[in-house]
Structure formats: C-alpha cells, structure tokens
Design a protein around this ligand. Structure first.
Ligand SMILES: NC(=O)c1ccc[n+]([C@@H]2O[C@H](COP(=O)([O-])OP(=O)(O)OC[C@H]3O[C@@H](n4cnc5c(N)ncnc54)[C@H](OP(=O)(O)O)[C@@H]3O)[C@@H](O)[C@H]2O)c1
Length: 258
C-alpha cells in the first residue's frame, strides 16, 4: 500500500523514520515537503519518493498530514480535489474531525492522531480518533501502517488531547526525570556515562515489566519497597517533595488548565 505524507518535520519525519527503519517499504512512501530542505534531507537518508505538489499525491491510499495548524487550511484546500476515497489522517494539534470534514466534505474519511517521538524507533504510542464513516477495514489499513511505529490505540476524540499529553509530552517529562536521576548518580560518584546508562536501562526495563507483568503499577512498586528499606525511604522523599503533584500539575499545564 502506498502512503503519503504532507510535511516531514519533527513528527512527520519521526513517523516516516519509524516506518522505514521498521520494515515499511520506502518505495511505498510519497512525501510532499515544505519550503525548507527538511524533507529532502530526510529523503537522502531514507530514500522515499517526493512530489513537489499536493495534487500529485494521487497514488497514496492513506495520506498523513503533518503540518502545523497555520499551514493546515491551505493544505486541505489543495488536497480536497484529489481525496476521492483516500483515508486522511492528520497529526496537526488542535484540528478536529468536524473541521476537517467541513473543509474536505462530509463524505471524507478523516482521522486525527497524536503520535509520540518514540515512533522513530518503533516504540511509539499513537492515540487516534476516526470519523463515523471510517469502516473497520479502513481503521485496519491505517493501524497496519502506523503499527510499524509502535502501539496504535483508538480513543474518543474528546480524550485525544489528554492522550497527547500523557503519551506525547511526557517523553520530555521522562527525559527530565532521567537527567535528574543521572545528576543524583553523579552527585554520589558515578560517571555521567554510567549514570545515564543505569537510568535509561532502568526506565526501559521497568516500563517493559509494567507492560508485561500481571501486577499493577502500584503492586510493582510495593514489590521493590521492602519494610524499612532504602527504596521506601526514597519513595517517601519523592512524595515529601511533591513528586506526584508535580507530575499532575505538569499535565494540567500542558492541557492549559490550572
Ligand atoms: N512534535 C511532536 O512530537 C508532535 C506530536 C504529535 C503531533 N504534533 C503536531 O504535528 C504538527 C506538526 O508538528 P511538528 O513538531 O512536526 O512541526 P514542524 O517540525 O514544524 O514540522 C512541520 C512541517 O510541515 C512542513 N510544511 C509546512 N507547510 C507545508 C506544506 N504546505 N506542504 C508540505 N509541508 C509543509 C514544514 O516544512 P518547512 O519547514 O520545510 O516549510 C515542516 O517541516 C503540529 O500541529 C503539532 O502540534 C507534533
């Protein structure tokens, strides 16, 4: 199946990279880039096809739109004459299914999705909401493509923004935690390299365990906190310093609420 991308910046580029690096045929990807050389530079690494105009994207069955909100309107206008029965998936933050349909027509099959940057390494999490006329076979088609980049989960549109924060903004939150943890390691005598190796290795392993274990996340925490031990003292110190509240406030802030 041929897929198209309009925009290959941070998130478009991350998804294309995830597809190609995880086995999706680069010959089956058609990209329309913007004004800079970003898309061309990526093409020289990944070898997909490029077209200079959106109206030339006739071949793709699925088109992913990965431009910012200010470019969206003109992109949709250019896309509208060629959509036929194409499946249109936009990553543009703030674009709603109703807005997309208003612009592309009520019969258009549209979806909004929020991938996160781990898609680049095939370990992404993409929340996606589909318009009512998306059939099961259409959803399977889109999931089969995005599946190359990691997990794809359908969510109600009203929850998409929160999913975007919990899975999409939080790689930055986790990076901050990993940096802080490595600072602590260095404070206690580890080399920076070893401290990062330990912190990142832990995060990968703990996440894998949380995903695969029959235990819940709190039960996994309980398993490591022996009575009177060092881990529960660390947990208490994190709570004393507002760790849980800081995380909740970070999500509130990203969502734009107090
Ligand atoms: N970054 C993330 O982690 C993330 C995750 C999920 C969703 N999103 C959403 O995805 C959207 C894009 O974000 P981003 O971070 O990827 O922004 P970005 O890095 O600025 O990428 C946007 C790309 O769109 C290209 N573009 C603009 N107009 C175009 C046109 N008419 N035709 C083809 N390409 C065009 C730009 O190309 P030139 O610069 O070459 O003109 C640019 O490379 C935003 O709405 C954002 O909220 C981002």
């Amino acid at each position: 199946m041929v897929v198209g991308f309009i925009g290959a910046g941070s998130i478009g580029g991350a998804v294309i990279t995830g597809l190609v690096r995880n086995g999706f045929d680069n010959d089956q990807i058609v990209v329309k880039g913007g004004k800079s050389n970003t898309a061309k530079d990526l093409q020289s690494q990944l070898g997909f096809q490029m077209v200079p105009k959106i109206k030339q994207m006739t071949e793709p069955e699925v088109i992913f739109i990965a431009v910012g909100i200010t470019a969206l309107d003109s992109v949709l206008s250019e896309l509208q004459p060629i959509i036929e029965d194409k499946l249109i998936v936009t990553f543009t933050g703030g674009a709603t299914i109703a807005q997309l349909k208003k612009k592309l027509g009520s019969d258009a099959k549209v979806a909004t999705a929020i991938p996160n940057t781990p898609v680049k390494v095939g370990a992404g999490f993409t929340g996606i909401s589909y318009s009512d006329n998306f059939e099961l076979a259409d959803k399977k088609k889109v999931s089969s493509v995005l599946g190359y980049t990691g997990q794809v989960v359908e969510v109600p549109e009203e929850q998409l923004s929160t999913i975007g924060t919990v899975a999409g903004c939080s790689p930055a939150f986790l990076d901050l935690f990993l940096e802080a943890l490595s600072d602590a390691g260095v404070k206690h005598g580890l080399s920076r390299k070893l401290a990062y190796e330990a912190a990142i290795g832990m995060a990968i392993g703990a996440s894998k365990l949380a995903k695969q274990s029959d235990l819940t996340v709190p039960e996994l925490k309980d398993e490591v906190t022996s009575p009177g031990g060092s881990t529960i003292r660390g947990v208490a110190a994190l709570e004393e310093n507002g760790f849980r509240n800081a995380v909740i406030k970070a999500v509130d802030a990203a969502e734009g609420v107090d």
